[in-house]
Design a protein around this ligand. Structure first.
Ligand code: NDP
Ligand code: GDR
Length: 391
C-alpha cells in the first residue's frame, strides 16, 4: 500500500518541492491551501490533477491553521501516515507587524495539528514533521558550540515574534512526543532558498533585482542589513531531509544546514557576478552603496543574451552607477546577526547529502530570474506592465 501524506503550506516554497518529492516516491499527497481572492497555487499548478480522473494521487483541501475544526476534519478524512506541518507566516520582519497572528498560526497552529491527531486516535499511525527553524537560536554568540556552530543541543534565544511562536511549536512537538509517545519531530532548518523563494526574502529579492537591473528594468536595489550572515542551502535538498526525518526508527530532532555562512553583501556580489557585474562598495552603515565598477562583457552576454557592448543599452547607462543602496526601512527591531548550523547529525544519522553549494544555488536562482525577467520584457513589449519591485 502506498503511503498517504498531508502537507500544510503546500502552496509555499518548501511545500511545492516536498509534494514533488513525495509524488515521485509514490505517495498519495494531500495539501491544505488557503482560500484567497486571487490564485495562490502558482508553485503547484503543474501538479494539479482533475479529480474526476482515475488514479488521482494529488488532492488539495481548503483550510487554515487557525481553524481547529477544519484541521480535525481534514485529518479525519485523509487518515495520513505522515503530516508535514510547513504552513506558517514565515517572514521574520513581517512578524513584528502581526505578532498575534503569527503566534496563532505558527505556534498554536502546530498544537492544533498535534491535538487533532490525538483526538482522532491516530497517535500510532500518523508521523508528524514540524518545520522548526534556525531562528530559534537567535544568533546569540555565547550559545554556539565549541566549534562555533549551532547544533541540536545549543540553547535557544529567539529574537522575533516569529521565532517566539516557532519556539512554542518546537517545544509542544517535543512535549507531545514525550507525553503521548507520538512520532513527532522537529527539523531545525537553516535558511534555504530556490527559484521558488518568496520575492520578499533577501536572496530572491537580490536575484530578481539583479536580473531586472541587468536587463534595464530596475535602477537600484534597496536592502537593509548587509552585514547579516546566513547559512544558505537549496530548498530542493532540504525537503529530502524532511522526508528522511520521518523514515527513522525513532522520532528525533535534526539540524539541517550547510555549515557555511555568508554575508548578505557577498550574496549580492555573487548574484551580480553571474551577469558579469563587478560591484565596488563605498561608504558605511546606512550610507553604504554598491557601484558598478566594471563589466565582463562576455559573461553578460552569456547570462542575458543581450548586446554586450558597453556602448549599447542597457550597459552604457549602468557603468559607474549606484546599483545598491541601504534603506533602514528593512532593518529589524531585533536582528539575528549570524547563523551557522552543524549538519553532522543529519549527515551521519540520516545519510543526508546536499547537492547544491552556495554557488550552485545562486546560479539556479539567477538563471531562473533572468528567464522570468525576459518573459516580463516580452509582455512589456506587448503593452503589459508586469514586474513590480519586491519590498
Ligand atoms: P513560505 O512562506 O514559502 O510558505 C508558507 C506556506 O504556509 C504557504 O503555503 C502559505 O500559504 C501557508 N500559510 C500561511 N499562513 C497559513 C495559515 N494561516 N494556514 C495555513 N497555511 C498557511 O515558506 P517556506 O516554504 O519557505 O517555509 C516552509 C516552513 O518552513 C515554514 O513554516 C517556515 O516558517 C519554515 N522554515 C523555512 C525556512 C526557509 O529558509 N525557507 C527555514 C526554516 C523554517 P499561502 O501560499 O496562501 O500564503
Ligand atoms: P530570515 O530571512 O529573516 O533569515 O528568515 P530573510 O531572507 O528575510 O533575511 C535574511 C537576512 O537578510 C537581511 N536583509 C534583508 N532581509 C529582507 N527580507 N529584505 C531586505 O531587504 C534585507 N536586507 C537585509 C535580514 O535583516 C536578515 O538578517 C528566513 C525565513 O525563511 C524564516 O521563515 C526561516 O525560519 C529562517 O529564514 C531560517
Amino acid at each position: 500500500m502506498n503511503k498517504t501524506a498531508l502537507i500544510t503550506g503546500i502552496t509555499g516554497q518548501d511545500g511545492s518541492y516536498l509534494a514533488e518529492l513525495l509524488l515521485e516516491k509514490g505517495y498519495m499527497v494531500h495539501g491544505i491551501k488557503r482560500r484567497a481572492s486571487s490564485f495562490n497555487t502558482q508553485r503547484i499548478d503543474h501538479l494539479y490533477q482533475d479529480q474526476h480522473e482515475n488514479h488521482v494521487n494529488f488532492k488539495l483541501h481548503y483550510g487554515d491553521l487557525t481553524d481547529s475544526m477544519n484541521i480535525i476534519r481534514i485529518i479525519q478524512e485523509v487518515q495520513p501516515d505522515e503530516i508535514y506541518n510547513l504552513g506558517a507566516m514565515s517572514h521574520v520582519k513581517v512578524s513584528f507587524d502581526s505578532p498575534e497572528y503569527v503566534a496563532n498560526v505558527d505556534g498554536i497552529g502546530t498544537l492544533r495539528i498535534l491535538e487533532a491527531v490525538r483526538i482522532l486516535g491516530l497517535e500510532k499511525k500518523t508521523r508528524i514533521y514540524q518545520a522548526s527553524t534556525s531562528e530559534l537560536y537567535g544568533g546569540m554568540p555565547e550559545n554556539k558550540n565549541a566549534s562555533g556552530f549551532y547544533d541540536e543541543n545549543s540553547p535557544l534565544y529567539p529574537r522575533s515574534p516569529y521565532g517566539v511562536a516557532k519556539i512554542y511549536a518546537y517545544w509542544i512537538t517535543k512535549n507531545y512526543r514525550e507525553a503521548y509517545n507520538m512520532f513527532a519531530c522537529n527539523g531545525i532548518l537553516f535558511n534555504h532558498e530556490s527559484p521558488r523563494r518568496g520575492e520578499t526574502f533577501v536572496t530572491r529579492k537580490i536575484t530578481m533585482a539583479t536580473a531586472a537591473i541587468a536587463l534595464g528594468r530596475q535602477e537600484c536595489l534597496y536592502l537593509g542589513n548587509l552585514e547579516a550572515l546566513r547559512d544558505w542551502g537549496h530548498a530542493k535538498d532540504y525537503v529530502k531531509a524532511m522526508w528522511l526525518i520521518l523514515q527513522q526508527e525513532k522520532p528525533e530532532d535534526f539540524v539541517i544546514a550547510t555549515g557555511v555562512t555568508t554575508k548578505v553583501r557577498d550574496f549580492v556580489q555573487m548574484s551580480f557576478a553571474h551577469v558579469g557585474f563587478n560591484i565596488r562598495w563605498e561608504g558605511e552603515g546606512v550610507n553604504e552603496v554598491g557601484i558598478l565598477e566594471s563589466v565582463d562583457e562576455e559573461k553578460y552576454f552569456a547570462a542575458t543574451g543581450q548586446p554586450s557592448n558597453l556602448s549599447t543599452l542597457p550597459l552604457s547607462k549602468l557603468l559607474g552607477q549606484v546599483l545598491v543602496k541601504v534603506d533602514p526601512t528593512y532593518f529589524r527591531p531585533t536582528e539575528v546577526d549570524l547563523l551557522l548550523g552543524d549538519p553532522t547529525k543529519s549527515k551521519t544519522q540520516l545519510g543526508w547529502k546536499p547537492e547544491y553549494d552556495l554557488g550552485g544555488l545562486v546560479e539556479d536562482m539567477m538563471v531562473s530570474d533572468i528567464k522570468l525577467m525576459q518573459k516580463d520584457l516580452h509582455l512589456v513589449e506587448g503593452g503589459h506592465e508586469v514586474y513590480r519591485q519586491a519590498e
